[in-house]
Ligand binder design. Structure first.
Ligand SMILES: [Zn+2]
Length: 440
């Protein structure tokens, strides 16, 4: 690749370039500007997932929190050169902030003690029988105040931001009573208004059957549909409603009932589908018009075909497989079936991963995804999976000014490196909100 020589930019205004004056932010001379621009106003599928829209020696101009100009540095400087604070990205990669399409980041407590049980070889169900697993987190979260949930979740969001996540979906689902689910979703609302990261929240009262309803999943699904959904829709900012469809948890009929109530109250559907077995979750997601079906380790060909036909996004979550000792979803098979694929961390107390870079590495090494596909899945497609595809996930005029400056000269380092953190700076809505560059 031929790169034209460039001059070193100096900040125009007084003060360091990392403290913008509000005059707009200009990022110039990126070795690779990964725009992810394209003609598709929807999640990408098949070959489309290989197109990163890279501009060599690229520049981005952000003003009023939104991207105004994207392109070759010389061109962007000609149009916008005079009126901005400047960040020089010489020798570095610039790309949109990561979008994490699936997290359970709002909870209290931790389950680090259970790791030893996993090492001993205890199964998911044996851990539950010992009082661990999700039931432990439900106890801790029910006992916590909303303020405590906000404080604990804020620390995790900070961690995610350090690894480059600028937008994330966060689910409830560790309260499992109307009052406690409302408290969790209101905690997420509070963080959405005070944390630099953009958040989209999902009500997941149907995450598991709580202990007091053991053996009465029908009655609990009724409570979720008839009492929790209306309360959540009127008193929180939740946008989606998610149900874990699995043997021993919620059946397809439970899910239909909950999604009918959700739809009547303006909440869109998401499905935890076919993680432990093929329960027809993928087909159900297509049937109810869900935005996404997530996990999909055991999805049938017919289910994937139905998803592809309806444009349901398949969210794959490799950290969950690592933590639970499960096989990995075959993302290659999803892509071949024409399903648009997105990635999520599934951050939760049983699979605690705050790093979308780590997720990218698992996706390339274990899910059969090319690095380009994994990057599309962690940006554009993840944005569409949470209903934000027209706002974030690509560097295009009119979209949010959310970008990362990586300390690497080629985007191919993403997905290739198994550990570490390539993010040097995180820009959110045109403001540097995280700067990890060495002090010299
Ligand atoms: Zn999940």
């Amino acid at each position: 690749m031929i790169r034209r020589p460039h001059k070193v930019m100096k900040p125009r205004a007084a003060g360091p370039a990392t403290a913008p004056t509000g005059a707009g932010l200009l990022v110039v001379h990126a070795a690779e500007l990964v725009t992810l621009r394209g003609p598709w106003a929807r999640a990408r599928r098949g070959e489309e997932m290989r197109d990163l829209g890279i501009v060599p020696d690229g520049a981005v101009y952000i003003e009023g929190g939104r991207i105004r100009e994207v392109g070759d540095t010389r061109e962007v400087l000609r149009v916008r050169g005079g009126a901005a604070d400047v960040l020089d990205a010489t020798g570095k990669v610039v790309l949109p902030g990561f979008v994490d399409a699936h997290t359970h980041a709002a909870f209290a407590g931790s389950r680090h003690e259970e790791l030893a049980w996993k090492v001993e070889g205890l199964s998911f169900r044996e851990v539950l029988a010992r009082g661990g697993g999700i039931h432990r987190t439900v106890r801790d979260t029910r006992a916590a105040t909303k303020e405590a949930i906000v404080a604990a979740t804020r620390k995790r969001l900070d961690g995610m931001l350090r690894f480059g996540t600028t937008t994330a979906e966060v689910k409830s689902g560790y309260g499992l009573t109307t009052e406690s689910e409302l408290a969790i979703l209101q905690a997420i609302d509070e963080l959405a208004g005070s944390h630099p990261m953009s958040l989209v929240s999902t009500f997941m009262g149907a995450h598991t059957v709580p202990p007091e309803f053991q053996g009465r999943a029908d009655a609990y699904a009724g409570l979720v549909a008839d009492e929790m959904v209306p309360a959540v829709a009127s008193r929180t900012g939740a946008r989606f409603c998610d149900v874990w469809v699995e043997g021993g948890l919620f059946s397809a009929d439970h899910a239909r009932r909950i999604f009918a109530a959700a739809k009547a109250h303006g909440l869109e559907a998401k499905v935890h589908a076919d993680e432990l077995s093929d329960t027809g979750g993928a087909a159900l997601a297509a049937e109810v018009g869900a935005v996404s079906a997530d996990h999909l380790l055991h999805a049938s060909d017919a289910g994937l075909g139905a998803m592809a036909e309806k444009g349901v996004i398949g969210v794959v979550l490799p950290s969950a497989s690592v933590a639970a000792g499960l096989p990995f979803a075959d993302a290659r098979r999803l892509i071949r079936a024409g399903v648009p694929v997105a990635l999520g961390s599934d951050l939760n107390p049983g699979a605690w991963n705050e790093s979308m870079q780590g997720v990218l590495a698992l996706a390339t090494h274990r899910l059969g995804m090319y690095p380009e596909e994994a990057i599309v899945a962690a940006t554009v497609n993840a944005a569409f999976a949470i209903g934000k595809g027209k706002e974030v996930g690509a560097l295009d005029p009119g979209m949010a000014g959310d970008l990362l400056i990586l300390d690497a000269d080629a985007v191919g380092h993403l997905g290739y490196r198994l550990g570490g953190n390539l993010v040097e700076k995180v820009v959110k809505a045109g403001r540097v909100v995280m700067d990890r560059s060495p002090l010299r």
